[in-house]
Design a protein. Structure first.
Length: 225
């Protein structure tokens, strides 16, 4: 699969040169020359974003923070801001690498490959599969027989908690302490029962004989066998 990159850079010459070079390396490359265009482009599925800090309509740092709120797509800053403080600020904003201008396009290519390798390993670790159920923790998506399952926020948190503690029995009290509703109130025991029932209805073939969310009578719940 061809990997798709986005360059956010207001210097048309730099952006064009990097685009031509990277396309010669086999990437598919789009360019955005300001924050407004970059924000519009974020609804596409990019494998990596190359981002300048100084843009005509705002800060690339702010865009990086926005990206981090929405996804784990790798970000490399490519910028003229080259002090140690600038770099620290970039990493605090959530970037995966930081390259100061002037730069070598071949070095940029090597950095891209290294970041994509790390990202690929992290993506593999973010996937969990058991029987017909698959969870993408990075994207907070659940699939049953490869078909997306729509869960509420609390249902997803409950499933995630049980899966990440697979092999352990989660007591009802420990679940109640960790699961919050959308109003930031603790979920009471009756509400927990409702969420367990609804979650089973969505992911179990037979909710009366569950194979994923298992009741340990008198104690709580566990995931799987």
């Amino acid at each position: 699969m061809v990997q798709k990159l986005l360059i956010v850079e207001d210097d048309v010459i730099i952006a064009g040169g990097v685009k031509v070079f990277l396309e010669g390396k086999g990437y598919s490359v789009d360019c955005a020359f300001n924050l407004a265009d970059a924000r519009k482009a974020l609804n596409q599925n990019y494998q990596l974003i190359i981002l300048d800090c100084n843009l005509p309509d705002g800060s690339g740092l702010d865009l990086c923070r926005t990206i981090r709120e929405q996804s784990n797509v790798p970000v490399i800053f490519l910028t003229a801001l080259d002090t140690e403080e600038d770099m620290i600020e970039g990493f605090r904003a959530g970037c995966d690498d930081y390259i100061a201008k002037p730069f070598s396009v071949e070095l940029l290519n090597q950095r891209i490959m290294a970041v994509l390798r790390r990202s690929g390993r992290e993506e593999e670790r973010s996937l969990f599969s058991y029987r017909e159920l698959t969870i993408d923790f990075g994207k907070m998506q659940v699939f049953l027989n490869q078909i997306p399952v729509k869960l509420s926020g609390t249902e997803y948190k409950l499933l995630e908690l049980l899966v990440k503690n697979k092999g352990q029995v989660m007591t009802r009290d420990s679940i109640l302490e960790r699961i919050w509703d959308c109003n930031e109130n603790f979920v009471d025991e009756n509400t927990l029962n409702v969420h367990i029932r609804r979650l089973r209805q969505k992911i179990e073939t037979d909710s009366r004989h569950p194979q994923y969310i298992i009741t340990v009578f008198g104690i709580g719940y566990t995931f799987g066998e």
